[in-house]
Design a protein around this ligand. Structure first.
Ligand SMILES: [Zn+2]
Length: 105
């Protein structure tokens, strides 16, 4: 949940984790959080509904672990089963590179 300061652009001053309720801002820099967002479209049971949830780093990776576990339960007797549990980059689309930039995984 974004905490905004009323003003010209309703600037976000903090983001509270929607799972644990803790601030994602440590007092320096910018709030650090992950976002789960969807806007369901035509053909879905939730057509026209939009959701946005914010998760602190700990809760974000806890949710990823739970997603991996749920995926693993669906395929645990298949060859890919163990690979899913060992995939440290599950869902990641970018990682830092050795030159300080970022690149695709
Ligand atoms: Zn949290």
């Amino acid at each position: 949940m974004k905490v905004t300061q009323a003003g010209e652009h309703d600037m976000a001053i903090d983001v509270i984790c929607d799972v644990c309720g803790v601030s994602t801002w440590d007092g320096a820099g910018e709030p650090q959080y992950g976002t789960m967002h969807t806007s369901w479209g035509k053909g879905s049971a939730h057509c026209g509904q939009e959701y946005e949830l914010h998760l602190c780093e700990r809760c974000f990776f806890s949710q990823i672990a739970e997603m991996k576990r749920a995926r693993w339960l669906a395929v645990m007797f298949d060859q890919e089963g163990d690979a899913i549990l060992g995939d440290d980059a599950y869902g990641r689309i970018r990682a830092p590179t050795s030159d300080g930039g970022s690149g695709n995984t």
